[in-house]
Design a protein around this ligand. Structure first.
Ligand code: GUN
Ligand code: ZN
Length: 444
């Protein structure tokens, strides 16, 4: 028996087919003024002009009409910390003091599985409210925190990447594991979660400051043993952090070289921040296909520095890039806000981040960075039906500004400059509507 359509979503469809930097702004996207996405068994079955597809649809298939709104693939956030929902908006410190004074204190609470489950549920709901359907997520050192997270993700049928943080030095005793425990617990978690439903595992040494060389070796061994798992960590975020790494690893040529020596560079490795890099480090990131993750609200909030997006695109040594929130050093769950702040950071470097480039990055670009573009990041038949519906008139200021826009690019720029969760009208995960702004408002 063939699968039956379960739902259709009508609106102004926008999806990217390639990087605007490669193919230009005109060829990078497809736009349909009155389009329809037909969902079957959690996947996109058909995409096309609404009138033609509606005529062929069985009459009992429910259709959600979002006529004025833009329908895009769900946003992807490739660097975020779920245990930091109550670290967000912590005053007055740069990276190392912020970690010690605010972050580690909160992460200790995740020894309690009930706390972890409650926060994981809140966190995933908050992502959906912001139109984010996939994220690469740091848990804490406690394996239970990973179980809690993946269990909540499974309950929502969302596609998530996550892993247990590894730390065996320079953190409070309650947050330390050992080299052996890091290996054994990660191994068990990979066996339990990687490839189960839509879940993916990330081997997660927090950063070089909190891991011994032996622990980084164990992480490298895990990466070799599980080549389709991810590696996620932090790199070259803050000057004091970099000095600390230099003193802890005197034999290494650079911060990047620390990870390189332990086999942690590669196309499935996600490096948060990458702000202060020397030429040789850029060359190695480029050669290995590693991903540099730009976290603008975090970098501004912690005063870490300015990510050089233009430089990452150097044709002689291009580095794969992604863009992310990094909550709770990042100050918003919204990928719209994140794109807006990215624009300002790029401006400070004397360049521009075009609206089409920004929305490419939030969707297909981030999917490619995670090597998940066969599943997510585009409105195409066969892709998962993870979808966000955006309203560029969500506030009076936005509606007023929208009176004078001239084209789709202008509308996207209004969304990324003025938009946030209020612009997210609905979010679908594997074809199920997990967030509706109308329902959320009427429940107040
Ligand atoms: N470096 C090591 N841990 C962290 C973290 O939790 N957040 C940020 N922004 N940087 C880090
Ligand atoms: Zn981070």
């Amino acid at each position: 028996m063939s699968a039956r359509p379960q739902r259709a979503i009508r609106g102004r469809l926008l999806t990217f087919v390639d990087d605007p930097a490669e193919v230009g702004e005109r060829a990078c996207h497809h736009y349909l003024e009155d389009g329809l996405v037909v969902v079957e068994d959690g996947r996109i079955a058909r995409v096309g002009e609404a009138p033609a597809l509606l005529a062929e649809l069985a009459p009992d298939v429910p259709v959600d009409h979002h006529s004025e709104a833009l329908v895009l693939p769900g946003f992807i956030d490739p660097h975020i910390h779920y245990p930091q929902t109550q670290v967000l908006a912590s005053y007055g410190a740069q990276l190392l003091d912020w970690l010690e004074g605010h972050t580690f204190v909160e992460e200790e609470k995740f020894a309690d599985p009930a706390h972890a489950a409650r926060v994981a549920g809140f966190f995933l709901d908050e992502l959906m409210r912001n139109g984010t359907t996939t994220a690469a997520v740091y848990c804490t050192v406690h394996p239970d925190s990973v179980d809690a997270f993946f269990a909540e993700s499974m309950a929502r049928n969302s596609r998530m990447v996550a892993g247990k943080v590894l730390m065996d030095r320079n953190a409070p005793a309650a947050l330390l594991d050992t080299t052996q425990r890091a290996y054994d617990e990660s191994k068990a978690l990979i066996a339990r979660w990687h490839g189960r439903g839509r879940q993916h595992y990330a081997i997660t040494p927090r950063f070089a400051v909190t891991s011994t060389p032996a622990q980084l070796d164990a992480a490298g061994t895990l990466a070799t043993e599980h080549p389709d798992a991810y590696v996620q960590t932090h790199l070259a975020e803050n000057r004091r952090e970099i000095e600390t790494v230099a003193s802890l690893f005197p034999e290494a040529r650079s911060y990047t070289d620390v990870y390189d020596r332990h086999g942690l560079l590669g196309p499935r490795s996600l490096f948060g921040h990458c702000i202060h890099l020397a030429e040789a480090e850029r060359a190695r990131l480029s050669e290995t296909g590693s991903v540099a993750v730009f976290c603008p609200t975090s970098n501004l909030f912690l005063g870490s520095g300015l990510f050089d997006l233009e430089r990452m695109r150097d044709p002689d040594a291009p580095i794969r890039t992604a863009i992310a929130t990094d909550v709770g050093a990042g100050t918003s769950y919204s990928m719209l806000r994140t794109a807006g702040e990215a624009y300002k950071v790029v401006q400070l470097g004397g360049a521009n981040l075009s609206p089409l480039t920004a929305f490419y990055m939030l969707t297909l670009g981030n999917a490619r960075a995670l090597s998940l573009d066969a599943h997510i990041g585009a409105l195409r038949p066969g892709r998962d039906a993870d979808i966000v519906v955006l309203d560029a008139r969500a506030t009076p200021a936005m509606a007023h500004r929208m009176e004078t826009i001239e084209d789709l690019s202008d509308e996207l720029f209004v969304l990324m400059t003025l938009g946030d969760d209020r612009s997210v009208r609905a979010t679908y995960v594997a074809g199920e509507r997990l967030h509706s702004r109308e329902d959320a408002l009427s429940s107040f």
